[in-house]
Design a protein around this ligand. Structure first.
Ligand code: NAI
Length: 417
């Protein structure tokens, strides 16, 4: 692989160094340009790693239109650097309001993309709801996060999906690493930096023990936190218990937690009845995709006043004197806080590799798919895993012929019983 650029003025240079799979695609497809002739819409948190993903799609020949997937997570220097390149157009800027975010996504869709790579299903939902003529021409899409998959499942159930979509989130090379390790590590890092307060020794309440919650709880314990998990699924609750975390309902956890982190993909997980019980100084953060996990209206209504004791922290002053500290306005704490940089680059390398593969497979290899939500074929997932191991210099074994045969037969004549 060619050496990485260290141009100090290039905001993507550092991330590029830690995203070797994406760089390998840039090298492999930089000359043949297999995505030439296609316009790919890309929605994501706009920072350096997604910047490398965007330039990789462009390097492979696509015309790229990009927009944020969350209005507050955009890094302006990355947007400007990409927008200055031929064949890449930004529908984004740092500090967008929610209304501007909506308008920019509609403007992007009016450019009639052939393929949509989405994060939270905003572009895909909008194209169906408000640009049906554009939706009818879209070849396919890919969805990066759990919250977006939930929406796509609802669209499929209603029978309104107009094109095939790969559920990138559901592929092992995405959720085993991004959701667990990426969200776990970056949420806690950003909470620690924003508050400049220690995790060690704190009672850390993690709401939701799915992929993200599991990662957050594991990393919090690794940092010395006393972890507590809340759940609504009895199997996940049992798993948390067997993994060594304390499990309790939210009513009880509200009374003991010092730090609360939600990662459920659900709404109002922390609400009025919980705010009433929380201790003075409790810290509230959300890692789920939408800012609905902490009931912000109820928090506002319960408080007498608010203040900003530190950048990224909103302090709610309750009538009884308690202070509750909300981080990043209840938005994704690892992506929208003042010091947030999102997931580590090595993790996003595999996530964005899977997004690239989703576009490549549908546009270039052209499987004959009816509209609907699909898993990415396992061989493509394995291929990305192999490429990642190669970049890490890690070797694994191949099965011998007899081992391969053994896994495929139901009679085992050699066994002794
Ligand atoms: P998941 O589906 O694996 O886990 C969610 C868990 O929350 C489930 O076990 C569910 O039973 C539980 N849950 C639902 N309602 C609950 C409630 N009221 N109280 C307690 N538990 C409840 O989903 P995953 O992959 O962990 O994603 C969770 C959220 O995080 C989604 O919104 C997803 O889009 C988002 N996400 C955020 C990332 C980030 O960078 N912050 C990265 C990846 C995903």
């Amino acid at each position: 692989m060619s050496p990485v650029s260290h141009d100090a003025d290039d905001p993507l240079a550092w991330a590029r160094e830690y995203t070797p799979i994406l760089r390998s695609y840039q090298e492999e497809y930089g000359e043949t340009k297999p995505l030439s002739g296609y316009t790919v819409a890309f929605a994501s948190h706009l920072e350096t790693k997604s910047g490398v993903a965007i330039e990789t799609l462009r390097e492979a020949g696509a015309e790229v239109l990009f927009a944020p997937s969350e209005p507050q997570s955009t890094h302006g220097d990355v947007v400007d650097a990409l927008d200055a390149r031929e064949g890449i157009t930004a529908f984004a800027w740092e500090g967008m309001t929610d209304d501007e975010f909506d308008a920019a996504q509609h403007e992007l869709l009016e450019e009639e993309p052939d393929f949509i790579l989405d994060d939270g299903c905003e572009l895909i939902a909008k194209v169906h709801a408000e640009h049906p003529d554009v939706a009818a021409q879209v070849i396919g899409g890919g969805e990066q996060t759990t919250a977006g998959i939930t929406r796509l499942e609802a669209m499929e159930e209603e029978g309104i999906l107009q094109f095939p979509v790969y559920g990138v989130n559901d592929t092992p090379m995405k959720h085993f690493f991004d959701n667990v390790h990426g969200t776990g590590e970056s949420s806690l890092t950003n909470i620690a930096i924003t508050t400049n307060s220690i995790v060690s020794g704190k009672d850390v309440v993690v709401c939701g023990y799915g992929y993200c919650g599991r990662g957050i709880a594991r990393k919090a314990r690794g940092m010395g936190g006393q972890t507590i998990v809340t759940e609504v699924d009895p199997r996940k609750a049992l798993q948390a218990h067997m993994d060594g975390h304390r499990v309790m309902d939210m009513a009880e956890a509200s009374e003991v937690g010092d730090l609360f982190i939600s990662a459920t993909g659900n709404r109002e997980v922390m609400r009025e009845e919980h705010f009433e019980k929380m201790q003075d100084g409790a810290i509230l953060a959300n890692s789920g995709h939408f800012d609905v996990e902490i009931d912000l209206e109820a928090l506002e209504a319960a408080a007498e006043s608010t203040s900003t004791p530190k950048e990224g922290v909103t302090q709610y002053h309750m009538p009884d004197g308690r202070r509750l500290n909300l981080l990043a306005e209840g938005r994704l704490v690892n992506l929208t806080g003042p010091f947030s940089q999102g997931h580590p680059a090595e993790v996003m390398d595999t996530t964005f590799a899977m997004m690239f593969v989703a576009a490549y497979d549908m546009l270039v290899d052209g499987p004959d798919l009816e509209p609907g939500l699909y898993n990415i074929p396992d061989r493509l997932d394995r291929a990305v895993a192999e490429r990642k191991l190669e970049t890490l210099g890690v070797s694994i074994d191949d099965m011998t012929e007899s081992q391969q045969a053994y896994t495929e037969e139901w009679e085992h004549p050699d066994s002794s019983f």
